[in-house]
Design a protein around this ligand. Structure first.
Ligand SMILES: [Zn+2]
Length: 322
């Protein structure tokens, strides 16, 4: 099947109490690792491209790699989505350039300005058969080159969501309930420690999610910054010359719970980076004489595939839903 929008995916995910994975793609190995896992698990998937990915790999290369995945994975629906579109022009360029979904992120702007720009993107997107994700509330953390401190982040105000969705006509809404971008989602001071001394992050604000869902019945909600930063990857990285002390993510049980509620799309990027980096660091340590990139990128791609398969089955619940 050709690239699809997320409309049907989200409708089924909402009704079925699961979420679709949205994985960031930056190169061929990442595209292959994700889509091979989804094809094997028969899972729908959103492949998303950030502004940084377009700057790194070039728009045309990314679109063509995703088109190749569509051809290689004929049994599963795949959407191509712009992650964190910063302005109308970037969104337009992706809509004109073959994307089936775009995010316009004006969440750092005042409410009325967010509405105005989002509405403009929605009008252009819908006229071209493309769907739009918008955002209310600000996540902490680092996304591409944009850093938001914990003090500047803010939870979504549920009382704003109906007006925002009605005025903009957006198709899905990213909200802030305590997730965060990057591999250092919380400082040790924000966390507690369990009996083994391991950091436990503050719980997500499910009360905010519930209030939003009550006000927007049937409407698909999106969670950004939802990598869980698996400790085994961090340990491998640190054991092989890396230095990532206190890297921490969102516990998978919490994401699972969100997926069973109104959350239809869960964004995962850092876990892909960690899988690749852990695998390559370990490989280099064990094979100091190897220099063919295919030798170390092959297990790195396999690590992405294994990690994604785990998320599909154990976190998102979207396996078998294609
Ligand atoms: Zn994000």
């Amino acid at each position: 099947m050709p690239l699809v929008t997320t409309t049907e995916m989200f409708k089924k995910a909402y009704a079925g109490g699961y979420a679709v994975g949205a994985f960031n793609v930056n190169n061929m190995e990442i595209v292959q690792g994700i889509t091979e896992a989804c094809q094997e698990q028969h899972a729908p998937v959103v492949l998303q491209v950030s502004k940084g990915a377009r700057a790194y790999a070039n728009h045309t290369y990314l679109v063509k790699m995703v088109e190749a995945a569509v051809q290689e994975c004929p049994d599963i629906p795949i959407a191509l989505h712009l992650d964190h579109g910063p302005d109308f022009e970037t969104c337009k360029s992706c809509i004109d350039g073959g994307f089936t979904s775009v995010m316009i992120d004006c969440s750092s702007k005042p409410f009325d300005e967010n509405v105005e720009i989002t509405k403009k993107v929605v009008e252009y997107a819908h006229a071209h058969g493309v769907v739009v994700e918008a955002e209310l509330g600000t996540l902490a953390g680092v996304e591409d080159d944009v850093q938001v401190s914990a003090e500047d982040s803010s939870y979504t105000h549920p009382e704003e969501v109906e007006e925002f969705v009605t005025r903009t006509g957006c198709d899905s809404l990213a909200i802030a309930i305590g997730t965060s971008h990057g591999a250092y989602k919380f400082t040790p001071e924000q966390c507690t420690r369990n009996e083994k001394g391991i950091l436990v992050p503050p719980p997500l604000r499910f009360d905010v999610l519930e209030e939003v869902s009550k006000r927007l019945p049937g409407f698909p909600i999106v969670l950004h910054g939802s990598s869980s930063v698996p400790q085994n990857f961090v340990d491998i990285i640190n054991a092989h010359g890396g230095k990532m002390p206190d890297a921490i993510g969102i516990p998978e049980e919490e994401l699972r719970k969100a997926a069973s509620m109104s959350v239809c799309k869960i964004n995962i990027d850092s876990d892909i980076r960690l899988a690749i980096t852990a695998t390559i660091r370990e490989y280099f340590d064990e094979h100091p004489d190897h220099f063919d990139p295919r030798q170390y990128l092959k297990p790195a791609r396999q690590a992405v595939k294994d990690m994604v398969a785990h998320k599909l089955v154990n976190v998102l619940g979207c396996n078998g839903k294609a």
